[in-house]
Design a protein around this ligand. Structure first.
Ligand code: NI
Length: 129
């Protein structure tokens, strides 16, 4: 599976984006409000690397708990896969634990994503191509 992006949890999305721009990253599109997960999302790129800034926009956001632990930090790597359901089954048989149901990601053209946890490496995201 190819890497699609690194998910980066941030408390203040615009301030974080400005800092990445100082480092030479450029924005890919506009900020997207993911109403399902209650997060704002912005993709930036540099040298072929893609970073996804994720910031909670409601108290009951899916990352409201995580941000207390991680603060401003990378917290998942997203991998592109073919058949999402097949890949989830494959990784589940190898010790990964599915933590949400496959759902469309408005910030990635509505393609389906799913998150899994691994006890040794933390969170992994799968993106169906
Ligand atoms: Ni992501």
């Amino acid at each position: 599976m190819k890497v699609h992006h690194i998910g980066y949890l941030v408390k203040k999305l615009e301030k974080a984006a400005a800092e990445f721009e100082k480092l030479g990253y450029s924005r890919m599109g506009e900020v997207t409000d993911d109403a399902y997960r209650k997060v704002d999302i912005l993709f930036l790129q540099k040298d072929g690397y893609v970073i996804e800034l994720v910031s909670p926009n409601a108290p009951d956001s899916v990352v409201s708990g995580l941000i207390k632990t991680y603060k401003n930090a990378p917290y998942h790597i997203c991998y592109v896969c073919g058949d999402l359901d097949k890949e989830i089954a494959e990784l589940s048989s190898k010790g990964y634990v599915q933590i949400d149901l496959p759902a469309p990601a408005p910030a990635i053209g509505g393609k389906r994503v799913c998150f899994l946890m691994n006890r040794f490496i933390g969170m992994v995201e799968l993106l169906e191509q």
